[in-house]
Design a protein. Structure first.
Length: 220
């Protein structure tokens, strides 16, 4: 069962693909649904994907495929997206799971997260319960915590975290950054792990936690 916003977005995407052969941009979706920020579109896209109505095409930014419309028969059970522990990979290796990779995140000055999507395989022992995703680190402000430019971090989705946790923080519903969380009275401090950078301080209502760091992948 879809919400009105989910249904409206699905129909809009389907119509635009039929007209132009490509899916609409996130800005076009935001304007079509009269939403204030693209973060709302990200949530709707994720909900439609989890319910098997669309899928994001790997290695292509903002590329979507409509699998079915609301009045059509649902997909087979083995095609459903399972967010809790990641999907088993194509080789059915019990030692790995697939999680979504959602582009790059700044470990320096906050930047808007890229609208990319593909699946990657990670060791199953790296994650526990809950939903997870990965991000590529862009910047050096977390080097003293052992997080380097070009590293790939594994994030557990959550809406709150304890002081001292390294989190993905969304500032003003627009810009995502990877920082250590520190709560000070009515404010939230996003603390870098590099003496070259300054701590960012915001009122708590301007910062939304989108996950906490649980793992790191590095290629040599």
């Amino acid at each position: 069962m879809l919400t009105k916003k989910q249904r409206d977005l699905l129909i809009f995407i389907n119509e635009r693909i039929k007209e132009n052969g490509v899916s609409p941009s996130f800005d076009e979706m935001k304007d079509a649904l009269q939403l204030k920020s693209k973060s709302g579109i990200h949530r709707l896209i994720s909900a439609l994907e989890e319910r098997g109505f669309i899928r994001r095409l790997p290695h292509r930014a903002r590329a979507l495929e409509v699998l079915r419309l609301p009045d059509q028969e649902g997909p087979r059970e083995d095609n459903l997206f399972r967010p809790d522990f990641g999907a088993a990979n194509e080789d059915n290796d019990p030692n790995t799971v697939d999680i979504p990779l959602h582009g790059r995140i700044a470990a320096g000055t906050p930047i808007e997260a890229l609208e990319q999507y593909e699946n990657i395989s990670i060791p199953a022992t790296m994650i526990g319960g809950g939903s997870h995703y990965a991000l590529d680190v862009d910047g050096d402000s977390m080097v003293e915590a052992g997080i380097l430019d070009g590293d790939r971090v594994v994030i557990q989705r959550c809406e709150s975290a304890e002081n001292g946790a390294i989190v993905v923080a969304l500032v003003d519903e627009q810009e995502a950054t990877l920082k250590t969380l520190r709560k000070v009275g009515p404010d939230v401090e996003l603390v870098p792990a590099n003496r070259e950078y300054q701590t960012q301080v915001y009122p708590a209502n301007r910062v939304r936690i989108q996950g906490r760091l649980v793992g790191l992948l590095r290629q040599y």
